[in-house]
Design a protein around this ligand. Structure first.
Ligand SMILES: [Zn+2]
Length: 166
């Protein structure tokens, strides 16, 4: 059985006991989180969030890409979120490579050049990276100045979240 098939089986069980069908679309706690996609981060769990309470936007590195910012703009203007947080984490895979190296490796492996993605957004400092993402979000002309955007680093060894001053 493929892994996806295994997950489909699990979903059958999940749907049998499903009780959340009446949740409204806007996140109940008016919160949007941008976090890394790392499989060790169960964001809802480590923040005490339940289904329907927050938007969780994830990508490799928790980067404020155009697409992540697009989601935050929709989150605020159309679905009413009022606070944002960006979460990076210790032992992030994005610390382990350089954009140029990965791009040339991929060109070699596939025999093809590619226009997109233009960048992978690898980084060498967690603190600098998470601050940079907050700056990108805060300085966007469509993100209201009054929205708090806070930065955090999650420790994959302890489960603890540490705030980074921005
Ligand atoms: Zn990561």
């Amino acid at each position: 059985m493929s892994i996806v098939d295994e997950t489909l089986k699990a979903n059958e069980t999940y749907a049998k006991n499903f009780t959340l069908g009446a949740l409204p679309m806007p996140p109940a706690r008016k919160l949007a989180i941008l976090a890394c996609m790392d499989a060790r981060l169960t964001v809802e769990q480590f923040l005490g969030l339940k289904t329907g309470e927050a938007h969780i936007i994830r990508n490799a590195g928790g980067i404020a890409t155009d697409d992540a910012v697009r989601s935050l703009i929709i989150s605020h203007y159309l679905l009413g979120t009022q606070e944002f947080a960006v979460i990076n984490h210790t032992d992030c895979g994005m610390l382990t490579f350089k954009d140029d190296e990965l791009a040339s490796k991929l060109r070699e492996k596939t025999g093809a050049a590619a226009v997109a993605p233009a960048r992978f957004f690898s980084f060498s400092s967690l603190e600098d990276n998470v601050r940079e993402q907050v700056q990108k979000i805060k300085s966007h002309p469509w993100i209201p100045r009054g929205i708090p955007v806070r930065a955090f680093i999650y420790d994959v060894k302890t489960g603890k979240l540490r705030e980074v001053s921005v």
